[in-house]
Design a protein around this ligand. Structure first.
Ligand code: PAF
Length: 275
């Protein structure tokens, strides 16, 4: 695997790479990332992964400084997963001057749920992903469904800006007890790690109730939220939404997803389950 720290070097390699898949990451790789790399390997001639901890998508008081940086271990895992090129710019390469041009996603999707609790988060995500797309010019890009809202924001960006890129979404990879793989799981204490799968269990219970015909969403959401609170969680939201645009459901028969974010101790976890 070739490692590129400059845009120029990555572009030189890309020019002779044929059909390219990009898997953007912030490093601290887990099985969810590696599943994306392996899926990419099946699709194209050349797999390019990126590792860049993007300051623009972290709010004030969030974990930008603490975000785990595990470059050596990540590199070994990427090489073993068959990745051809790793683009790992430093901040000076990616943002040589303050980024003054940004992608402003539609507030209807970007300012709700995660966006309501992390103002500007999706502006930062969309800006760095568009920049990575412009640097790498991939035919295909892969993202996990764990960050469901991010996926919708990026799909809409690709569609509205007519980017010639196919977005492939992969199911969330979970531990055997159901906890979604996340770089932030490493922040959990032993006791919190044992408690953490409750989030997935509550999401699954709500999804199951909806699948079985429940339509009183507020009541089942409230029951799940209070169950989390009873076990020491501080939930930000747990809500049933339409998959397509994450707005509240209107008609029966619309594909739905249940999404949640909740704090366990100092760690904020997000997860979702499609109905
Ligand atoms: O999902 C992530 O790890 C990040 O939000 C992404 C897409 C790499 C952009 O920084």
């Amino acid at each position: 695997m070739h490692i590129h720290t400059t845009i120029a070097s990555l572009r030189e390699a890309r020019a002779v790479a044929g059909c390219v898949a990009l898997v953007p990451t912030m490093g601290n790789l887990h099985d969810g990332h590696l599943a994306l790399m392996r899926a990419a390997r099946q699709q194209v001639d050349t797999v390019i992964a990126s590792i860049f901890v993007n300051r623009l998508q972290f709010g004030q008081g969030e974990d930008f400084d603490q975000y785990p940086r595990t470059f050596e271990a990540d590199g070994e895992q990427l090489a073993a997963a068959g990745v051809d090129h790793l683009f790992a710019p430093n901040e000076a390469e990616m943002y040589p001057q303050p980024q003054r041009y940004h992608v402003e996603p539609d507030p209807e999707i970007a300012d709700i749920l995660e966006g309501a609790f992390r103002p500007g988060h999706f502006r930062g995500v969309a800006t760095v992903v568009l920049k990575l797309f412009n640097i790498v010019r991939p035919e295909v890009a892969l993202f996990g469904k764990k960050d469901y809202q991010q996926l919708i924001v990026l799909k809409n960006m690709v569609s509205e800006l007519a980017l010639p890129i196919e977005i492939i979404a992969l199911d969330t990879v979970r531990a055997v007890d159901g906890l979604a793989q996340s770089s932030r799981n490493g922040y959990l204490s032993t006791a919190e790690r044992a408690e953490a799968p409750r989030l997935y269990r509550q999401l699954t219970a709500v999804a199951e109730a909806v699948r079985n015909g429940a339509r009183d969403f507020s009541r089942i959401e409230a029951a799940a939220l209070s169950e989390l609170e009873r076990h020491g969680w501080m939930p930000d939201y747990l809500t049933v939404r339409r998959r397509a645009d994450l707005q509240a459901p209107k008609d029966t028969g619309e594909p739905l997803v249940v999404l949640a974010a909740a704090r366990l101790g100092m760690t904020r976890l997000i997860d979702n389950v499609e109905v």
